[in-house]
Design a protein around this ligand. Structure first.
Ligand code: FNR
Length: 190
């Protein structure tokens, strides 16, 4: 069975991020055919098109990282009913310079967690709209709005509630199938 490299972006810069914990859990629960690695967004300066002629090193690295993966997984909090500015900034970098949009035809999936029962649902809808414009084929189902309760995910990424662990495992298996379907029709340009 084909192997795929999946880069994940965590929308939070916090050292205590519950979304990073979720990303760790997803990495543990992913099928063995998915090689998971984080693509960091922390060191990116604020995007401005003055940089288009000569991207800073951190942005070059970021774009190269997106180019080198088969698919991208967004694991993000909801900030003020949208996505965090840091994540939007990273997507803006990846989408530019004009004509060199790194997300185009790159399969993606969206997931997130918050302490509230809405579980990042509204932020995810904003992210989906951005990814549509960036021409990224998105996994539509299953949706995943995870309400974070204390101790749901241990520091090492172990999910303590069996039903949530199974849901996240199924989610990653679905993502693998989605990546395979998309890349069968739209093989990655190397
Ligand atoms: C939040 N939080 C939040 N939660 C939510 O469910 N909907 C929201 O719109 C917001 N808005 C929001 C704005 C800002 C600026 C902050 C700092 C927080 C709460 C948020 O879900 C909580 O802080 C999570 O812990 C954030 O995820 P990370 O950063 O821990 O991964």
């Amino acid at each position: 069975m084909a192997r795929y490299e999946v880069g994940y972006l965590v929308g939070s810069l916090s050292s205590q991020s519950i979304n990073r914990k979720l990303a760790l859990a997803l990495t543990r629960l992913a099928p063995p055919q998915l090689d998971m690695r984080e693509i960091p967004i922390r060191d990116l300066p604020l995007y401005c098109y003055d940089y288009d002629a000569d991207f800073p090193e951190s942005a070059k690295k970021f774009k190269e990282a997106i180019a080198s993966i088969d698919a991208v997984l967004f694991v993000t909090p909801e900030y003020n009913r949208s996505i965090p500015g840091a994540l939007k900034n990273a997507i803006d970098w990846g989408s530019r310079p004009y004509g060199q949009n790194s997300f185009s035809r790159k399969p993606s999936a969206v997931i997130g967690t918050s302490p509230g029962s809405i579980g990042t649902a509204v932020g995810q809808q904003h992210l989906r709209s951005i990814l549509s414009f960036c021409n990224s084929p998105q996994m539509n189902a299953p949706e995943a709005y995870i309400q974070f309760t204390p101790d749901l995910i241990k520091d090492d990424g172990e999910v303590t509630r069996a039903s949530t662990a199974q849901f996240l495992k199924d989610y990653m298996a679905e993502f693998q199938g989605f990546i395979q379907r998309v890349l069968t029709v739209l093989p990655r340009q190397r």
